[in-house]
Design a protein around this ligand. Sequence first.
Ligand code: PMP
Length: 394
Amino acid sequence: MFENLKPQPADKILALMQMYRDDPREQKVDLGVGVYKNAEGVTPVMRAVKVAEQRIIDEQATKAYTGLAGDPAYADAMIDLILGNAVERDKIAAAATPGGTGAVRQAFELIKMANPGARVFVSDPTWPNHVSILKYVGIEAVVYRYFDASTGAVNFDGMLEDLKGAKEGDVVLLHGCCHNPTGANLNSTQWQAVVELLNERGLIPMVDIAYQGFGDGLEEDAAGVRLVASSVPECLIAASCSKNFGIYRERTGLLMAISQQGDAEGLNQKTLAYLNRQNYSFPPDHGARVVTTILNDPELRADWKQELEETRLGMLALRQQLADELQRLSGSDRFGFIAEHRGMFSLLGTTPELVEKMRVDAGIYMVGDSRLNIAGLNAQSVPVLAKAIIDAGV
Ligand code: PMP
């Protein structure tokens, strides 16, 4: 049977990482992969995570299975972090998943089960896994305009116009904050307008929130998802702890299905547990337990928040430094959007040819769509990147 297999498209970012490793130049800069790195180029284990892990090792009495939806205490802690008190708890079904990707995948499967004819509207561009998983699951993806490369901001009129092409029951996938790959986000007026459109047209929002705390702050970054969740009859939320807890490899995510009709028979909750059972049975527990331990311990929570805030402010400072340097070199404000963007990424909005030129001429490694990982920079490499951008003629 294996002779029938066809090669699948290679992951472009992983291929880029390999090229970076093979590049002998000292000044090379890796802006490709989507993990946070500090000024030393290290993806650190957060202080609170270390303490929580030690506590779990010391105190954990069993490793017997948890529930199919994971430990309910994890769901409660995450719901509190993401939604605060925007939605009553009994309206939320939730299940732990292997990372945010697991939550995205399970959400798509749930959509397919509940409404096989639904299409999913995705931003242009979006995280490539959204599109590839939709294809794999067999759901039609429809693209809505989002990023305006000429301004570096959201093309909001285009977005609304395209969403008007959705029909009742279609799903609209939104990034909760820190849009990947563009870094351009909706403001509160725009979130409000999207909510009105969703309700007018009977569209179901699905919010993917993978960077809470990386943009404007933990509460600020959740404002959009809270508004959506409290204003529409039904919605889905896929959350990831990979970035804000720095536990990438622990595969820690949560899928929420919210229904304002309540969940009297527990049908939504049972369906999420069923979906887990079919795909991998019990979800991973270690990362979820670390997150629960941190969020439920005031001291650990405070320390985690402080370290996350330092991370966020560090990325903002790099954004400002890069925008300033580009302003100085170009004598114009046309790169000002880099300081306006939020999160780990910014899309430069240039061509694959110029991205390639920057790699060949200056050892700058960014994804072909011109996404740069701000956290891949430090104070010394910002001027190198700025010069490469100007020299390439971006
Ligand atoms: N959604 C978006 C938009 C992301 O950028 C990511 C991380 N690259 C995820 C979901 C999921 O990440 P993970 O599966 O590593 O938790």
